[in-house]
Design a protein around this ligand. Sequence first.
Ligand SMILES: Cc1cc2nc3c(=O)[nH]c(=O)nc-3n(C[C@H](O)[C@H](O)[C@H](O)COP(=O)(O)OP(=O)(O)OC[C@H]3O[C@@H](n4cnc5c(N)ncnc54)[C@H](O)[C@@H]3O)c2cc1C
Length: 444
Amino acid sequence: MQKVKNCPQYPDDSGWYGSLPAPHIEPALAGDIAVDALILGAGFAGLSAAHRLSELKPDWKIAVVDALPVGMASSGRNSGFMIDLPHTLDSDSYTSSATGANDLDRQIVAFNRSAITYARELVERYNIDCDWSETGKIHAAATAQGAKSHAAFKRGLDALGEAYTSLSGEQIQAVTGIDYYHSGVHTPGTVALQPVAFVRGLATHLPANVSLYENTVVNGYEWAQPHLLSTPNGQIKAQHVLLCNNGFGAMFGLYKNQLLPLLLFASMTRVMSGQEQTSLGGERQWGLVPSHPAGATIKRTADQRLVVRTGIKSGHKMRYDQTIISHMKAIHTQSYKRRFGGQLPNLEFEYSWGGLLCLSRNEGTVFGKVGRNLHAAICQNGLGVARGTASGKLLAEQVAGHDSELLRQYLQSPRPAWMPPHPISTLGVMGNIWRHESMAGAEA
Ligand SMILES: Cc1cc2nc3c(=O)[nH]c(=O)nc-3n(C[C@H](O)[C@H](O)[C@H](O)COP(=O)(O)OP(=O)(O)OC[C@H]3O[C@@H](n4cnc5c(N)ncnc54)[C@H](O)[C@@H]3O)c2cc1C
């Protein structure tokens, strides 16, 4: 049996997790089980795969395992944007279509929209209360560099034939209450949601032939017939395994030196008092994406908190500690003060946290069959809210033998490109982060 060398571990709760009531947590696996399909990972990809596989194979016994409680890992640590459009993070303007429509971008749009359709269907079917809001997203610019990024972003949208509205600084202020930004671009198709409430809702409503085991780390594996997976208190025999564990897929022998883990960080304030809400003005719920990918994402949540997401670090250790969080919280405080300090000088952060995402050098992904009865939907390139949801669903369809045009297209996606091993790749990543952060300037 091969040992899994690195498993998910976080020193804190995200604000999305901590600000919800304490959840019911399913017991960890205790004893041995045999299943038709094991889904490893209960994030966007794993839970979407579980719902779809159960629909297509109602007679299969399916298990979902996660090292942590649902919503504790990256699926509960993100900014909650289910984005429909291309959103290339390693670019200065999110698009690779600025010089002409690119087929990969068109495919990504269709793919992301399939995620939104499926997620909406599940939210409506199970009445999941997750602040689902189809209000789109605003890209906001505060600097001259930001204006340049927006010009390139809009050229990309024009090339793809996608709708958008240009916004003035006053129009952004009418939404947000702050006069920090000089211009913006609104794109209508993105959905905003409370990510922990969404994945918890999916987990709570798993169909009867799916068993969920939380706090169950898979610490060993043997790819055989059936596959064998070990956990601290029980072994799993599975005819099929679906790896839905994003960057941690590399710990299961997949795509060594091709998956690039990064850490992003965020802080969330306490709930604003009525008086603070009046001082801020603007609308009650909104989300801003920075004009440059290394800038700050800012949100006002349905329960009246503000969230600042900025700061990037190499994730080669796949974890972080409290020292890093203290440093990031200081950066978030500066970012907050520049935007809200005048109107809300005493609104303090209640939560600060980090989380992992998985990129590849060429926006490639790992999807489909990766061994005999072994399947994977990993490397979501930082856009896992949509891509995780869509790729989990499609992976289940492939396992169940259900064909579609979208599946055939997604199977053609490029695989992650090779990178030199650590520490060379990590030094390269740190250089790239530095370059992006310098360009972002006051957008951060
Ligand atoms: C601060 C931040 C902001 C972000 N904002 C956005 C955003 O607005 N929009 C967007 O689309 N994306 C965003 N992302 C990225 C997004 O969160 C991820 O792409 C997404 O969570 C990936 O989903 P997933 O289901 O593929 O993987 P994950 O959410 O990582 O789920 C994988 C699961 O596998 C489990 N697992 C791993 N290894 C094991 C093991 N050995 N045993 C058992 N279980 C295991 C983990 O515990 C985890 O629950 C953001 C990320 C961060 C950190």
